[in-house]
Design a protein around this ligand. Structure first.
Ligand SMILES: [Zn+2]
Length: 123
């Protein structure tokens, strides 16, 4: 089980990551705003603009998703339930938490979960 020092370290990692994502999202919003201010009369420019904002959107969505997971992990740290697998309730090994501080599942449950997701996509 992760001890207090290890959890404190992971909490700092999570908070730093959260800050990085918030900065990234803020920057990409500014980039899009700057693009919007430019003249988009040229058809080619417009195509570039659309694909850029599409990519920005994809990246932002991915980052917001990660942000949610970070928030959940931080809530769990405060509640004292951090590092416990959501599915089977065992303590997630510290090595796994260090690699992925917002991990919700232990390695075994993660595998099961991913297989379930794949099945859902197949339907
Ligand atoms: Zn588990």
């Amino acid at each position: 089980m992760a001890n207090k020092t290890q959890i404190d370290e992971l909490k700092i990692t999570l908070l730093n990551r959260k800050e990085t994502i918030l900065n990234n999202v803020r920057n990409s919003r500014e980039n899009i705003d700057q693009l919007k201010d430019q003249d988009l009369n040229d058809e080619l420019d417009y195509a570039d603009f659309v694909s850029d904002s599409f990519t920005e959107g994809m990246i932002a969505n991915h980052q917001l998703d990660e942000l949610n997971q970070i928030e959940e992990a931080l809530k769990k740290i405060n509640a004292g339930t951090y590092g416990i697998c959501d599915m089977c309730g065992i303590n997630i090994p510290i090595g796994r938490l260090k690699a992925k501080p917002f991990a919700k599942f232990c390695t075994e449950c993660r595998t099961v979960y991913e297989q379930e997701q794949l099945k859902r996509v197949a339907y």
